[in-house]
Design a protein around this ligand. Structure first.
Ligand code: N2P
Length: 340
């Protein structure tokens, strides 16, 4: 007679090969966004091991998913990439009964354009893309993109390495809409971008704050959470929402249609929606927290960080899925950068 140990081993091999091993979660998320403490806390409590892989743009996430083979259980796109995935039926509907902490999501983050019925997505963090100025080095007023991209700031700039973002800044500068992009509008902004990229010293989406902290550059166009960390480090780093308009992103969790560990994915979403867990995310990555209960736990200093919770009027827009124009943007940017 086989021992119980052998029997259990055979069972583990069988369930594992069928992809039924619930004790794992394959998470594919943005770099510099999910605290290690949160991953460890989840594993400690549930026994579910988290395999964490990162990316630095929505386009990188999309191309990995389309290529297949990733076996991801949980992904973290921004609103426009999620909208595209819903349109292409790439996502699994959420089982809301497994996510009771959804009650903590602020009403203004529900029913948004990318997922009007909140069937597939749960907000993780929100933020803006704006300008950080080292005010010890730059005394001129910097209000918008056209103040940043001046010849006198050549080699003093860091910007996100993100084609859709850069093209959007140029569209705003030219007074063109950010969500109706076509060959004609791209042709109009091409010369603007061609001038801009010559001035940039560092393209970095992963950790654009680093070039500013090191003093390699004096101005950046970065994610607001990066700007908030700079502000925490030194008040000389001032955050400015560009006068021409800026992207207000909502990064969300969703589950790929073919995810092997959907239960684990639901459990993780519910875990990060706990106020005390969400508070840790805000501590390490101070973006705008959409969790109303977590916000109550934040300190007055955290809530007063002007990059995390910007005050005052600003023209902010979320991005929409722009269909074929996305590929045109990538071509345009590759073209311009290779001509440098
Ligand atoms: C985190 C990047 C924020 C994502 N490093 C912007 N959508």
């Amino acid at each position: 007679m086989k021992s119980l140990k052998q029997l259990l081993l055979a069972l583990a091999v069988l369930t594992g090969s069928l992809g039924l091993n619930a004790a794992e979660l394959n998470l594919f998320g943005w770099s510099e966004y999910v605290p290690q403490d949160v991953l460890d806390g989840f594993t400690k409590e549930t026994g579910i091991k988290v395999n964490f892989e990162t990316y630095a743009s929505n386009e990188e996430l999309l191309s990995k998913l389309v290529a297949g083979g990733g076996n991801y259980d949980l992904i973290q796109p921004s609103e426009y990439a999620a909208e595209l995935m819903i349109r292409r039926k790439m996502l699994a509907p959420l089982n809301k009964a497994k996510i009771p902490n959804l009650k903590n999501v602020a009403p203004e983050f529900k029913g948004l354009a990318h997922d009007p019925k909140d069937e597939f997505t749960v907000p993780y963090m929100s933020g803006t893309v704006g300008i950080v100025v080292n005010t010890e080095k730059v005394k001129d007023p910097i209000r918008g993109y056209k103040d940043v991209f001046q010849p006198k700031f050549k080699d003093r700039l860091v910007v996100l390495d993100d084609n859709r973002e850069i093209v959007t800044w140029a569209l705003y500068t030219a007074g063109l809409p950010a969500n109706e992009i076509n060959s004609a509008s791209l042709a109009k902004v091409r010369p603007i971008i061609a001038q801009w990229v010559k001035l940039v010293k560092v393209f970095d989406s992963g950790s654009p704050k680093t070039a500013l902290i090191n003093g390699d550059v004096d101005i950046g166009i970065v994610w607001s959470g990066e700007a908030a960390l700079l502000w925490n480090e030194d008040k000389k780093f001032k955050y400015v929402l560009p006068a021409e308009g800026a992207h207000r992103f909502i990064d969300i969790f969703c589950i790929p249609a073919d995810a092997p560990h959907k239960d684990a994915a639901h459990a993780f979403i519910n875990y990060i929606l706990r106020p005390e867990v969400s508070k840790i995310i805000s501590r390490d990555f101070p973006y705008t927290n959409p969790n109303i209960e977590a916000r109550k736990l934040l300190s007055p200093e955290e809530l007063a960080n002007p990059a995390s919770y910007p005050a005052g009027p600003a023209k902010l827009e979320t991005f929409r899925d722009i269909g074929k124009a996305a590929a045109e943007i990538d071509e345009l940017m590759t073209d311009i950068k290779s001509a440098q």
